[in-house]
Design a binder for this molecule. Structure first.
Ligand SMILES: [Zn+2]
Ligand SMILES: [Zn+2]
Length: 176
């Protein structure tokens, strides 16, 4: 094993030095292995190695207990070349539509990556109001398409249920 439980790591969330034993890195790794995942590029202790190198997002147990970070479970996430999330922290992004900065909240991230199982490298491009406006525009366009098809009976309807990422993302806003 490449990781000693006594090794100290700097928590990227609270900035305190924590022993590996005071993190859930190795447990998360074991949980992931228990799913039957085999990745020869990632030897035992890879999570600690990535944390040491600043290559993954993680936090100490204290940060989970105080709510500064939400615990991530790599075993539930879709990842392969990119590192999974061992912790979720609020992050800021710029909306491509209105240009405003917006927060991608830790709870929303967990929903994206562990419930909806979006690839871990995917990020929201728009703020929530712009996502809503975009969905509304698309909904109107779909309704208009259906209306036109109904007027022209010779063309069979191609309207399909909306199962796009946008509509699944909308689920989060309804449920939270
Ligand atoms: Zn911490
Ligand atoms: Zn926006």
């Amino acid at each position: 094993m490449n990781a000693k439980p006594s090794e100290m790591l700097l928590c990227p969330c609270c900035g305190e030095r924590r022993a590996v034993a005071d993190t859930r890195l190795l447990q998360a790794e074991a949980e992931w292995l228990a799913t039957g995942a085999i990745d020869t590029r990632r030897p035992p202790g890879w999570s600690v190695e990535e944390a040491r190198a600043g290559q993954c997002q993680w936090a100490c147990i204290r940060c989970f207990e105080t709510g500064q970070a939400l615990e991530g479970r790599p075993a539930l996430q879709m990842w392969c070349d990119s590192s999974p999330y061992f912790a979720f922290l609020d992050t800021e992004h710029q909306c491509i539509d209105c240009g405003q900065r917006f927060v991608f909240a830790a709870a929303e991230q967990r929903f994206w990556y562990e419930t909806l199982q979006f690839w871990v490298q995917s990020r929201p491009k728009r703020c929530i109001p712009c996502r809503r406006a975009r969905r509304a525009r698309r909904r109107i366009a779909r309704q208009e398409q259906v209306r036109r098809q109904q007027q022209n009976q010779t063309v069979p309807s191609t309207a399909v249920p909306d199962t796009s990422i946008a509509s699944r993302d909308e689920q989060f806003e309804r449920e939270n």
